[in-house]
Design a protein around this ligand. Structure first.
Ligand SMILES: Cc1ncc(C[n+]2csc(CCOP(=O)(O)OP(=O)(O)O)c2C)c(N)n1
Ligand SMILES: [Mg+2]
Length: 315
């Protein structure tokens, strides 16, 4: 991964963090009426997705899909408009946070029912294969979704039909408040993926370079007609499962777990690497300010449109 690609990934990660922070900061005004599952802390996967940007690849995602939509290159304005229920939103303002789509960049949709978009992704990959496309389909899911029967049916079918599917599992170790152990008899996703002959790799502590390499290998693998690949990325969501709050006071995640992830903030990791690569602190700080300003302008444009459309008074 050369320095330009690291810079690109850093910029995307900053844009996603900023967009999510704006939503969190403004949510309680009540202008966004849909529930939001924010992915602050989980920007590694979508930023690496962006470094492999190809609008002809497809992607599908879950209830926590903002970052995947943006990482696939989805329009930021239409995203904020969607959250504000506007007709100019990416789903016409009728879907909200959990039903994002931007077909122009291959982001083919996200849905609220855990596991339910997985077979849709497999179907998209089958269509690619049948039409002799050279592209692939990304299927984004969480650790909880690997407990749905359809995950196993889908990965099996993808192998049997040798479909170009790349499953990316963001394992934040929680399904709402429940950790992995009381949920799963076999904790190793590696064993489960390999049982279905999927090519497997994992990323433990936000090592972005090794994720980039694993991602590149997985793309080559699925494009070689060998069947699906699965990358498991351990990560951490910083906020509550749903909504803009920090809920660490509830105590469902051990302090040791939270402190561990404090050390692996992906924005800090990228920043440090870019400094080491010779980019100046001023250059990086200016870049962050520019991204912040741009996101802020776009966000408040949506908010304003919402206020006008609904005839509300500004709070
Ligand atoms: C079929 C189904 N069961 C339960 C729910 C309620 N639910 C919404 S998100 C979620 C947790 C999913 O966990 P995971 O797949 O690990 O994703 P994360 O929220 O950690 O990103 C649950 C149980 C649902 N939406 N759909
Ligand atoms: Mg999870």
């Amino acid at each position: 991964m050369n320095d330009q690609l690291v810079l690109l990934a850093f910029k995307k990660a900053c844009e996603i963090r900023e967009a999510e922070t704006l939503i969190a900061e403004n949510y309680n005004k009540g202008y966004i009426r849909c529930p939001v599952h924010l992915s602050i802390g989980q920007e590694l996967v979508p930023s690496i997705l962006f470094s492999f940007h190809d609008v002809n690849d497809f992607a599908i995602s879950t209830h926590r899909s903002h970052a995947h939509y943006l990482g696939k290159g989805g329009s930021l304005q239409r995203f904020f408009d969607e959250l504000h229920g506007l007709p100019s939103g990416c789903s016409g303002g009728k879907g909200g946070s959990m039903h994002l789509i931007d077909e122009s960049v291959g982001f083919m949709g996200s849905t609220a029912i855990v596991g339910n978009s997985i077979p849709v992704g497999v179907g998209l990959a089958e269509a690619q294969k049948l039409s002799k496309s050279k592209n692939l389909t990304y299927i984004f899911l969480g650790d909880g979704a690997t407990e749905e029967g359809v995950f196993y049916e889908s990965i099996n079918y993808a192998y049997v039909r040798k479909l170009p599917c790349l499953f990316i599992v963001e394992n934040n170790e929680y399904s709402v408040y429940t950790p992995l152990k009381p949920r799963q008899s076999c904790l190793k996703l590696e064993n489960k993926a390999k049982a279905f002959n999927a090519h497997y790799s994992q990323n433990l502590l936000h090592e972005y370079k090794s994720l980039f390499n694993a991602w590149s290998d997985a793309i080559k693998y699925v494009k070689s007609n060998a069947g699906p690949a699965l990358i498991e990325v351990f990560t951490n969501r910083k906020l509550a499962h749903c909504g803009p709050e920090i809920d660490d006071n509830l105590g469902y995640r051990p302090q040791k777990f939270l402190s561990k992830w404090e050390k692996y903030n992906i924005l800090d990791i990228y920043y440090k690497s870019l400094l080491e690569a010779g980019y100046s602190k001023k250059y990086l700080e200016d870049l962050i300010s520019e991204i912040r300003q741009n996101c802020t302008n776009i966000y408040f444009k949506s908010e304003k449109k919402h206020i006008i459309l609904r005839g509300l008074n500004e709070s």
